[in-house]
Design a protein around this ligand. Structure first.
Ligand SMILES: Cc1cc2nc3c(=O)[nH]c(=O)nc-3n(C[C@H](O)[C@H](O)[C@H](O)COP(=O)(O)O)c2cc1C
Length: 191
């Protein structure tokens, strides 16, 4: 038997209350079974050709420094656009108790690789909404393409897996400002 439909307002409040926030308690652990369950929820995202391209890797404790060091070591100050920021990777992931890296495997063609990435981005948002639903703060930080190979190796993923999101997860210690959205533009063509 299927569940009755959810009130759209309930889902609206969930979607609108998801914030990108680093204001978390780095000492308050996020249970690993909860993180695992969020990854399972994320896997309900759509995926063209059913490639299920998402990959997840969880970093806690000293693993967070290992992640940051792997990224910093992979970056070449001569070519990285912000060389002065490279060493910050070594410590920045200690700001949250759990770091979750989400990768997307390469496809059989350029378009499939793009679609895999689209699917993985959908999975990331699904995961963030799940995190919001259970009261976790989350923050989707950008991938660092120059470090993709090093991250894939560290995570034990297929070579050529692209990092899509480096997510901070933790229990919130304060609220953050709501970036209001501009009006949504919707074109209509009825004939
Ligand atoms: C692909 C992607 C990458 C992002 N990378 C960063 C980042 O590196 N640093 C950052 O401050 N915010 C990053 N963000 C978060 C946005 O800044 C944030 O979503 C935006 O400010 C709106 O705030 P909200 O998420 O609280 O609604 C990223 C968001 C997306 C979707």
């Amino acid at each position: 038997m299927t569940d009755p439909p959810m009130e759209l307002g309930t889902f609206e409040r969930l979607a609108a209350s998801r914030r990108s926030s680093l204001r978390v308690d780095p000492q308050a652990p996020v249970p690993s079974d909860l993180v695992e369950r969020l990854c399972q929820v994320a896997a309900w995202a759509p995926s063209h050709k059913k490639t299920w391209p998402w990959r997840f890797a969880v970093f806690t404790g000293g693993g967070r420094s290992r992640l940051g060091n792997a990224i910093a070591d992979a970056l070449d100050p001569a070519t990285f656009d912000k060389p002065e920021k490279i060493d910050k990777f070594r410590v920045k992931y200690l700001r949250a108790p759990t770091m979750l890296v989400v990768g997307s495997v390469a496809g059989r063609s350029a378009i499939r690789t793009v679609e895999n990435r689209d699917a993985t981005a959908a999975a990331v948002q699904t995961l963030l909404l799940g995190a919001t639903a259970v009261g976790l703060a989350s923050f989707w930080s950008s991938s660092i393409p120059d470090a993709d190979a090093a991250v894939a190796e560290l995570c034990g993923w297929e070579p050529a897996t692209a990092t899509v999101a480096v997510i901070y997860l933790g229990w919130p210690i304060e609220e953050v400002a709501v970036p209001q959205r501009p009006p949504v533009v919707i074109s209509r063509r009825d004939r």
